[in-house]
Design a protein around this ligand. Structure first.
Ligand code: WTA
Length: 631
């Protein structure tokens, strides 16, 4: 088991050691896991191709480290504690022993249905234990999981299945989310009309809805489980074999399949989980994310299970049946560590404080935040009303591509500073670069955030497009991984993330490419062109502001707005719906045809006093019109 850091001095010495001798540092931590064969070389890398290999030649199966190795000591300990959407339905405690059996059984179902090592298996499921079990079952047989968030549309699901050429889809008849039910099976059916690679779809019964099962393709999970036993040998995998693909948005219209590999991801997720949350053996830990996002992969499933923790999985939403639900669950399960997103904090902050004060939150020891910059008001509310000024808040900065938390306080060990992610974890070497690509040394400086040395859980490639991986992350600043984030380093060397510097916006902690949303809007038959920018939004952090040029003669009214929203829901999903749509006759463009988003951003923010130089625009008069029509 990985040992955690216990004092600030120890953090400093570990950090120094990790920079002076990264290979020795990570090899020591990697030794604490179960390997079927020791690796030959701890690290081989260059950021030019890029090529990154950790623990090369090592053989293992990550599920033996998540499950089998705990059985003797923690077989009867709760591994997954599942809290349903409806508070009157019972919570479910799954012990390590039961989880091991259920993962093995599910793995046998996958095998029976043609699943094998190297296959890509898509998961489109609600937040039920079977989702976590399915993820681990894929890893058990050496298949690569690609979890698609259950809020995505049929089109988005089909694109992701096709990109990775998945042969199996795991889904359910539907899911519960607050007062709503979502018919996942019918969305999946629509997607599969355009997915020729899928051979089998295995369907969980969750909401008992009427579904159509396609003969020869669709099977019920419960029928399949009844056919197999609970023993399944773990497939022997190479440390650098892919573990999963997870799609995320970039600055082009096409989502990127971020690919992680087994060995390095395993070492880093347990290491970061233990240290950041200062996890102790009997803690009950709750991360409110969805497994459809990287936070759920690393800090609901892998990190906690590798550490032998009790990880809570929640099916519902923070405001159902009322705005006290999170706090009710904290009291009910005596949660010790609670990890959520700023957008959820802001939404609950806007509700009556009585929803908080009704519950006993004294079990809490550590609070966490992830996904977007946390504003100071939300930080203070979280600290005062949830932590009762007694729980360190770990503001964890990281990305789908980084696999694990990169810059964050270690709870109670390293100093806090509101709105700052503070200091890098050992093994992480951040740097700031200026517009010319030169590293900015010293403190009290700003720049673009890069990482200059590999860490075990970093992405290895983008599925099927290594060149795009190189271009996106390794070509902007030679020899460095570029995060796409702007950042400040204060006088004490603490880091504060200021937000994206590329064409990506962050809405409620979800990454969205502006081009992706624009492409969806442009599918409306009367839209000629559109431009999307983010603007400050009280709850979501950033809202989506859309400027649309319509065909002449098309009514520019609320009905058209509704149609545009429906298009976006259809093509991406409800999370990408613009908050505001302004119809315009033109967009501010340079003579070379590039949209000047800076101007659109200013107008969307309601700050039109200083739009900067507009003289280089093709048609400066369009700016006046947009200003007048601003919403
Ligand atoms: C942003 C989520 C400020 C950042 C784990 C990053 C943050 C993007 C923080 C990655 C934070 C994430 N403070 N900004 N603590 N955490 N971000 O891939 O812009 O969904 O690049 O990973 O979210 O989003 P992703």
């Amino acid at each position: 088991m990985i040992q955690k850091i216990n004092s600030f001095e120890e953090y400093q010495s570990e950090y120094a050691k990790s920079v002076a001798n990264p290979e020795e540092f990570w090899a020591e931590h990697a030794q604490t896991f179960q390997w079927k064969k020791q690796w030959d070389k701890t690290l081989e890398w260059n950021f030019e191709e890029p090529k990154i290999e950790w623990f090369k030649g090592g053989k293992l199966n990550i599920t033996e480290n998540c499950l089998d190795r705990h059985l003797e000591e923690r077989g009867d300990k709760t591994a997954i504690l599942w809290e349903p959407n409806d508070p009157s339905e019972s919570a479910i405690h799954i012990t390590y022993k039961e989880l091991h059996e259920r993962v093995c059984q599910f793995a046998n179902v996958l095998k029976n249905n043609g699943g094998k090592k190297g296959d890509r298996i898509c998961l489109y499921m609600p937040m039920v234990p079977e989702l976590a079990i399915a993820v681990l079952a894929c890893a058990r047989i050496g298949a690569i999981h690609s979890v698609v968030f259950a809020g995505f549309s049929a089109k988005a699901l089909a694109d992701r299945i096709n990109d990775a050429k998945c042969n199996i889809l795991l889904t359910s008849d539907g899911g519960f989310r607050g007062a709503k039910t979502i018919n996942l099976k019918s969305i999946a059916d629509e997607a599969l009309e355009n997915c020729s690679s899928i051979q089998k779809s295995i369907v969980l019964k969750r909401i008992n809805s009427e579904v159509t099962m396609k003969e020869g393709r669709d099977v019920w999970l419960h029928d399949e489980l009844a056919k197999v036993d609970v023993n399944c040998k773990a497939e022997e995998m190479d440390a650098e074999d892919p573990l999963f693909i997870l799609y995320t948005s970039g600055s082009t219209g096409q989502p990127k399949g971020v690919q992680h590999t087994i060995g390095g991801y395993m070492v880093y997720t347990e290491y970061s989980f233990r240290n950041v949350f200062q996890y102790e053996e009997n803690d009950v830990y709750w991360c409110t994310a969805d497994i459809g996002w990287v936070t759920g992969h690393s800090y609901i499933v892998y990190g906690p299970l590798l550490a032998g923790a009790t990880t809570v999985m929640f099916e519902g939403v923070p405001t159902y049946p009322d705005a006290g639900r999170f706090w009710e669950v904290v009291e009910k399960h005596k949660i010790n560590a609670f990890y959520t997103a700023p957008t959820a904090i802001r939404a609950l902050q806007a509700c009556d404080i009585g929803f908080v004060n009704k519950y006993d939150l004294s079990s809490l020891k550590v609070l966490g935040s992830v996904g977007e910059p946390i504003n100071v008001e939300a930080w203070e509310w979280y600290n005062k009303h949830i932590g009762k000024n007694n729980c360190p808040i770990v503001d964890t900065w990281w990305q789908t591509e980084t696999g694990g938390i990169m810059i964050s306080p270690l709870a109670g060990i390293t100093p806090l500073k509101p709105t700052y992610a503070t200091l890098p974890l050992p093994g992480i070497q951040p740097c700031l670069v200026d517009a010319d690509g030169n590293e900015t040394e010293g403190n009290d400086v700003v720049g673009n955030l890069c990482i200059k040395f590999p860490w075990p859980s970093m992405l290895r490639t983008l599925w099927g497009d290594h060149e795009r991986c190189r271009q996106t992350y390794f070509a902007t600043y030679s020899g460095k991984y570029f995060t796409g984030d702007g950042c400040k380093r204060d006088e004490n060397g603490m880091y504060r993330i200021t937000g994206r510097v590329d064409d990506v916006i962050n809405v409620s902690g979800h990454r969205m490419g502006t081009a992706e949303v624009e492409n969806a809007i442009n599918e409306h038959e009367a839209v000629i062109e559109s431009a999307i920018v983010g603007y400050p939004h009280d709850i979501k952090g950033q809202g989506i502001y859309a400027y649309c040029i319509m065909e002449t003669g098309k009514a520019v009214d609320d009905k058209t707005r509704t149609e545009i929203l429906a298009k976006v829901t259809d093509i991406i999903g409800p999370i990408a719906k613009p908050d505001k749509i302004q119809f315009v006759s033109g967009l501010p463009k340079t003579r070379s045809g590039k949209i000047m988003r800076r101007i659109l951003r200013k107008i969307a923010e309601g700050d039109t006093s200083n739009l900067g130089d507009t003289s280089t625009l093709l048609d400066p008069s369009v700016v006046e019109e947009i200003k007048i029509g601003a919403l």
